[in-house]
Write a protein that binds this ligand. Sequence first.
Ligand SMILES: *[C@@H]1O[C@H](CO)[C@@H](O)[C@H](O)[C@H]1NC(C)=O
Length: 226
Amino acid sequence: MKPFVTIVLVMCIYLSGSDSVGLYGKSVIFPAKTANSFVRLHASDFSRLTAFTVCLRAASEETYPYSLFSYATSTFPNELLIWQESKTQLWLEFDDQDTKFEIPEMNTLLRHICVTWESQGGEITVWVNGRRSIRKVGGTGRVVRGSGQFILGQEQDSVGGDFDINQSFVGEITDVHMWDHVLQANDIKKVSQGCLRHGGNIIDWGVTRYTFDGIVGIEGNKDSTL
Ligand SMILES: *[C@@H]1O[C@H](CO)[C@@H](O)[C@H](O)[C@H]1NC(C)=O
């Protein structure tokens, strides 16, 4: 059994991406509440999305509401927001409409979270460590507009700004990926185990260019997150 396990781990590492301008093998650590610490992900351009999958690995010990993933456009600051309302409530916000999920309590242990949505039926699903939530319906028929900004660590009330210290993320985040389609269950499972064949085609943690400001730790995490 041991040699097999070793082979799988090696494959996963090599399939996860390559060293580049992105954050491959790295975690972003926000050590304190601030109104100015953030990481901006310079995602691939798109004009509109009628489906998406957003995945990330995160841990936080905080109890107040905060943003896990904030995408703002000039039309809507909360064009797409993944929001931790409490330790046990994850919200997906679209155009000021929230879809709320009761999840296992957020805590100090890194967990893998994915949210999938498709416009036609409005099906929204949350995945925690590769396990699927009940499915909900929201945002039927709508699109996610392009030309916005992706920010980790803060919730945007305008594109790239108007942050609120009391909504800032304190904790660790890594492996952020976004696709323009809904990933199938077995692919979500592979992503949750760090065995990506390909990173996201909109955001790929390994290759997407990033910029940051404020108090942000960028630390290697190879082999430590699974
Ligand atoms: C943040 O929360 C603290 C404590 O509740 C409060 O004193 C402060 O005014 C809040 N700051 C902002 C900008 O809302």
